[in-house]
Ligand binder design. Structure first.
Ligand SMILES: [Fe+2]
Length: 395
């Protein structure tokens, strides 16, 4: 079963959640939703902590008392869990392929692609406490089993942090400091839960939504197994400058190294000054032409490569229009929607893997035009599912 936002915010519903909680940045605890638990349990890795850990390829985080944090190889994780450590596993969507699809629907409803949503898991024994901290990402925690008490308070000191802050005891017994004081409204960030925190009691099947930067401390009242959908992605600043960078990299001049600005040689320095003015003019012109489609939250780390050799694939005109022919993938030619023919004509000849920044150059007209960024992404995903393209791991 595909998981939709409605499943996470039961029974409030998608539209009310978006206005009253997502955009308003207000926490929300859903009612238990057995359908959601059943959907997650269909994934074998979510049937038990042991099943999950056995599928991992990356280290598992350990959280313990007195701000203890470490990480261990997956095969040691269950032993530590039995000794009372909390297991914290991230990037499950990268490690377990079937997990990636789980959050597709939620990601698109919230305006990202699946690449903008990560999947994590927390496994805790009864009595463990995740001490007070705030995160830079946005979190939906689905509790598969167990009961948790969340203490949640708004962050008055810093809004939209780029890093999480977990007050952690150092070797000298001092508590580490928040490293983003420069961004803080009030740099005197106290490593403690603000007074008047709201309390939420999460039960099996419920989902806790924690907006970005809210302080939280979480007690596991019983043994708990939680799956988190977390959203982080591009900031507006990065989205805009990377989209502009993609366009400027489409020109040879934009790909020239920019050193020389500090050169002792007056000629070299003068040339740099000239190039800089030239590049600023181009940037301003291109900035005006950028579309929202190009300031794309997901896709940044997506790469694809054709499965058949270049000589084994082609576009051919048929009685009904155009088709993609690759006998090694399918005996039947793949009929193409008219709007895709120009795009495929540019992609079919590629020999090597191509990433989003290359598509931003090759398919700029299509992204700005009738297909759009999400449409382009869906075309690539469909071709990958049908075996024509291979999706390569994120970079
Ligand atoms: Fe957290």
């Amino acid at each position: 079963m595909a998981i939709a936002l409605d499943d996470l915010v039961h029974p409030l519903g998608y539209e009310r959640f978006v206005t009253e909680h997502w955009m308003a940045e207000v926490p929300f605890l859903s009612d238990p939703n057995p359908k959601l638990v059943a959907a997650l349990r269909e994934i074998e890795a979510f049937q038990s902590p042991e099943a999950l850990v056995s599928r991992l390829t990356r280290n598992v985080g350990l959280l313990g008392p007195k701000h203890f944090r470490a990480d261990v190889p997956p095969h040691h994780a269950i032993n530590f869990m039995k000794q009372g450590y909390v297991l914290y596993m991230t990037e499950l969507e990268e490690q377990i392929p079937e997990v990636r699809m789980l959050s597709n629907e939620v990601a698109s409803q919230l305006g990202a692609t699946n690449l903008g949503l990560g999947v994590e898991s927390f496994i805790a024994v009864a009595g463990s406490v995740s001490t007070v901290h705030f995160d830079y990402d946005i979190n939906f925690q689905i509790l598969l089993e167990g009961e948790k008490r969340w203490h949640v308070a708004p962050n008055q000191q810093i809004r939209n942090p780029l890093q999480s802050y977990h007050p952690t005891q150092q070797n000298n017994y001092a508590i580490n400091t928040c490293i983003e004081e420069a961004y803080a409204r009030d740099p005197a960030i106290k490593p403690e839960l603000p007074a008047g925190a709201r309390v939420y009691e999460a039960r099996p099947g419920s989902t806790m939504f924690v907006p970005r930067a809210w302080w939280h401390e979480v007690e596991s009242l019983t043994a708990c197994f939680g799956v988190n959908f977390i959203m982080k992605g591009s900031t507006w600043a990065l989205g805009l400058t990377q989209a502009l960078c993609d366009v400027l990299h489409g020109d040879e001049a934009g790909r020239e190294w920019c050193y020389g600005a500090l050169a002792g040689s007056p000629e070299l320095k003068a040339r740099s000054a000239h190039q800089f003015e030239d590049m600023k003019r181009r940037a301003i012109t291109e900035l005006q032409k950028l579309t929202l489609e190009e300031v794309y939250l997901g896709g940044r780390n997506g790469r694809f490569v054709w499965t058949p050799e270049a000589s084994e694939r082609s576009l051919v005109e048929t009685a009904d229009g155009w088709a993609l022919v690759a006998p090694g993938v399918s005996e039947e030619p793949l009929g193409l929607d008219g709007v895709l023919v120009g795009l495929l004509a540019k992609l079919v000849p590629l020999h090597h893997p191509f990433a989003w920044e290359h598509l931003a150059v090759l398919a700029r007209d299509e992204i700005r035009g009738p297909i759009g960024a999400v449409g382009l992404w869906n075309v690539l995903a469909d071709l990958a599912e049908a075996g024509y393209l291979q999706r390569l791991p994120g970079r």
